[in-house]
Design a protein around this ligand. Structure first.
Ligand code: UD1
Ligand code: UDP
Length: 357
């Protein structure tokens, strides 16, 4: 069985790493096809280095662009590689433009598609990711659902049960495999002169939050208010999209510590020692839940409802008062919830299923 692993962005690299690690154990004839959607060192190469991933055999170097432009370039590039390599299966992860284009190119060539992290839905079609997820699931032959809830969603959309496999989320594997390494090998807390439990961690990068000036301004105002009210440093590793939009909108948060995006081990350390996390990231909502850190999500919906159900997360939206109020609420929360995303063996399960073990 020849497998093409397609990835293109930071979260895909991190979440595909446990699958690649399994394939590396001599279990499969595979190659990595990087779309080049992310290309800055701190969004891309740093993760290959730190997670000790083999280099991609192909990099399409599509770079940034409008949705149509980027998706189309990936589609064209992936098709060429797949025609040349003729794999039996293509693996895609998540909900980015790389995910969708990879799935579509493969399906049109009648190559089987396996979707890692299938069945997530925010039910908000204004999010580009929601369109990508739905279409990627439609193109897939193996749907690796992280939870029973995701499986139920897929069944509800008419996808046949024999294509759906509940494996857990590979982010649990990634956290378990790297947390101890992170604790032993990096010291970003000291470098930033922080105290464990003495700061909040922030990430905000979703298009619908940061490309809309009033909404981004409102979130930053809420975060400024949180920093003032609770008298803690708020550490914000700024995604390049957010950096660009802050400059374009001339937004200058007063009380946030803006830093460059952090490598995975450093970020895991920052997350695990934070008193609280405020985010709009999908992966960070999951990691907060896995690490036992309360999370305030700066969105009106989430495709990770499991985190709301276990009580690790709350949806605060973008209004400053609500952000402040929900921060207070989550600070009073006991962090004794159970991680709903699996036991850290998703990568192995996925490879077993593919190999028919
Ligand atoms: C993409 C995904 C999003 C995911 C995020 C992970 C889509 C539709 N969106 O959003 O789901 O949460 O990745 O981080 O696929 N840029 C750089 N360097 C890079 C990449 C991007 O500077 O390596 C800047 C460019 O100005 C670019 C902007 O960031 O225009 C946005 O990049 P893009 O790939 O379009 O989307 P993300 O916001 O990264
Ligand atoms: N992450 C990281 N450094 C950072 C911010 C995030 O390594 O500075 C990791 C984080 O641990 C998580 C992933 O990036 O695994 C989440 O990616 P992102 O928020 O970009 O995308 P999303 O999950 O929202 O699609």
């Amino acid at each position: 069985m020849r497998i093409a692993v397609i990835l293109g962005t930071r979260p895909e690299i991190i979440k595909m790493a446990p699958v690649i690690r399994e394939l590396e154990r001599g279990r499969g004839n595979y190659f990595i096809l990087h779309t080049g959607q992310h290309y800055s060192y701190n969004l891309d190469k740093v993760f290959f280095e730190q997670l000790k991933l083999p280099q991609a055999k192909y990099n399409l170097e599509v770079g940034s662009g409008s949705h149509a432009e980027q998706t189309a370039k990936i589609l064209i590039g992936v098709e060429k590689v797949l025609q040349q390599e003729n794999p039996d299966l293509v693996l895609i992860e998540g909900d980015t433009n790389s995910t969708l284009a990879g799935a579509l190119a493969a399906a049109k060539l009648h190559i089987k598609v396996g979707h890692v992290e299938a069945g997530l839905r925010s039910y908000d079609r204004n999010m580009p990711e929601e369109i990508n997820r739905i279409l990627a699931d439609c193109c897939s032959d193996y749907l690796f659902a992280p939870t029973e809830k995701a499986k139920t969603i897929l069944l509800g959309e008419g996808i046949s049960e024999d294509k759906i496999f509940v494996t857990g989320n590979t982010i649990v594997d990634a956290v378990y495999q790297n947390l101890e390494i992170a604790r032993g090998s990096v010291n970003i807390i000291n470098t930033l002169s922080l105290r464990p439990q003495g700061y909040f961690l922030v990430t905000v990068h979703r298009q619908e939050n940061v490309d809309n000036r009033p909404r981004f301004a409102s979130i930053l105002e809420g975060l400024d208010a949180v920093a003032t009210k609770f008298e803690v440093p708020l550490i914000y590793p700024v995604h390049p999209r957010s950096r660009k939009m802050m400059a374009e909108f001339d937004l200058r948060p007063r009380n946030l510590r803006l830093i460059e995006p952090v490598d995975f081990l450093g970020f895991l350390q920052l997350e695990s020692s934070a008193r609280l996390i405020l985010t709009d990231s999908g992966g960070v909502q999951e990691e907060a839940c896995i690490l036992g850190v309360p999370c305030v999500t700066l969105r009106d919906n989430t495709e990770r409802p499991e985190t709301l159900e276990v009580g690790s997360n709350i949806l605060a939206g973008a209004l400053p008062d609500r952000i402040l109020e929900y921060t207070r609420l989550m600070l009073n929360k006991k962090n004794n919830w159970v991680n709903p995303f699996g036991d850290g063996t998703a990568g192995r399960k996925i490879v077993n299923i593919i190999m028919g073990v």
